[in-house]
Write a protein that binds this ligand. Structure first.
Ligand SMILES: NC(=O)c1ccc[n+]([C@@H]2O[C@H](COP(=O)([O-])OP(=O)(O)OC[C@H]3O[C@@H](n4cnc5c(N)ncnc54)[C@H](O)[C@@H]3O)[C@@H](O)[C@H]2O)c1
Length: 360
């Protein structure tokens, strides 16, 4: 099993901020990227946390992602907007797009915002949280242009990206955040399993001959115990979740976030290079609907009723979307962020190459 170390959240945040500042980002952007990645770790989504630091720095140095960008407005229809992220850091351009969506929804009651050509936007639930703070419901369909990793239902070859969806519901004191990849597992979870971390479900991947697999080699081909993992070296695919239904959702993410925004679908791609997130977001204001009080009352009562279901397994209560992340955050803020030793070593390595000493 993997070797874990626990590091206080604030130390992780400071160190990662220093890395992105040394890589050329201004202080505000470095801090934004760092807090977003740390927040994914705090939510328990280590696949989208600081493990991404070496790859983000490589992308910056390769010119795949650009520092200091601002979204460009392509179309402004009042209650709808199409924005281009110009390959800026996702943690910079996605919050800009979300803030614009929030403003428009507060004006019109509803807003639709397409964002294309964003660098990796990380944990999509973070954007639902921004809308929740503003009292808005939101739905975000996301795709990854230039990334084919997932086999559609009934097929064996890679066609979809891991195309996540997030839905946020602003119930006071009990926000709901549904946020997941439409692949059976996120790629980062295959990475974690390949490093000796949590094993994959035995049907998470599929071989070219249709055999189901939980072995990371299906995605990465041969790899050494310590060293990079490259999906280009493997011949299998990750499976879409939920059989034909999840596969259909992945399909629609590519249509809505990729084709409609003009940012492009997952593929076809010639070779792995620059990837970019597309996102189509819908914002709805319950206040403008005129049902704020009913919505909050019925919503709260419904959540209570659902989580009161008798557990199928003693000791494992039924949860609402977002509960697990909130509990993990409370635990990790109190007890430190668990990081696989390999993950921390590769962050230290990236830092050293940028002239930063290891934290004391
Ligand atoms: N930017 C990108 O291109 C990209 C691509 C893929 C995934 N992601 C992100 O990766 C992260 C991880 O995705 P994932 O598919 O591994 O998530 P996951 O499979 O852990 O599912 C998470 C969702 O399921 C809910 N949940 C978990 N356990 C539950 C339980 N017992 N009962 C009820 N609800 C429960 C959580 O509250 C959450 O809403 C997400 O934040 C996603 O946005 C980003």
């Amino acid at each position: 099993m993997a070797d874990y170390i626990h590091i206080p959240a604030q130390q992780v945040e400071h160190f990662v901020t220093r890395i992105f500042a040394a890589a050329g980002c201004d202080q505000a952007e470095a801090h934004r990227i760092s807090t977003h990645l740390l927040d994914a770790n705090l939510a328990g989504h280590d696949s989208h946390g600081v493990a991404r630091v070496p790859r983000y720095v490589e992308w910056l140095q390769a010119g795949f992602v650009l520092k200091g960008q601002s979204v460009q407005t392509i179309t402004d229809g009042g209650s709808f907007l199409l924005l281009d992220g110009l390959f800026g850091f996702g943690q910079t351009v996605a919050p800009q797009a979300v803030r614009m969506g929030i403003e428009r929804a507060q004006q019109h009651g509803i807003a639709v915002v397409g964002l294309r050509n964003a660098g990796h936007i990380g944990r999509v639930g973070a954007y639902s949280e921004m809308a929740i703070e503003a009292g808005l419901l939101s739905v975000h369909f996301v795709n990854v242009a230039g990334s084919v990793l997932v086999a559609p239902f009934g097929g064996t070859e890679r066609r979809f990206s891991t195309a996540p969806i997030s839905i946020g519901v602003p119930l006071p004191g009990r926000p709901l955040i549904l946020d997941f990849a439409t692949s059976l597992v996120a790629e980062g979870k295959v990475l974690v399993a390949s490093n000796g971390g949590k094993p994959l479900p035995p049907d998470a991947l599929i071989e070219p001959d249709g055999t189901l697999s939980g072995d990371p080699h299906t995605l990465y081909g041969h790899y050494d115990t310590i060293g990079p993992r490259n999906p280009a070296n493997g011949s299998g695919a990750i499976r879409a979740f939920g059989e034909h239904k999840g596969s259909g959702l992945a399909f629609m993410c590519e249509m809505l976030a990729g084709a409609l925004t003009g940012g492009g679908t997952s593929g076809p791609v010639e070779a792995r290079g620059r990837i970019a997130n597309g996102m189509l977001s819908f914002y709805v204001s319950p206040k403008h609907f005129g049902t704020q009080a009913e919505f909050e009352e019925a919503g709260r009562a419904y959540v209570d009723w659902i989580v009161s279901t008798t557990p199928a397994e003693a000791g494992s209560p039924v949860l609402a979307p977002g509960d697990k992340e909130a509990a993990t955050k409370a635990d990790r803020l109190a007890n430190g962020v668990p990081l696989q030793r390999d993950t921390w070593d590769s962050i230290l390595d990236t830092a050293r190459r940028l002239g930063i000493n290891d934290p004391a």
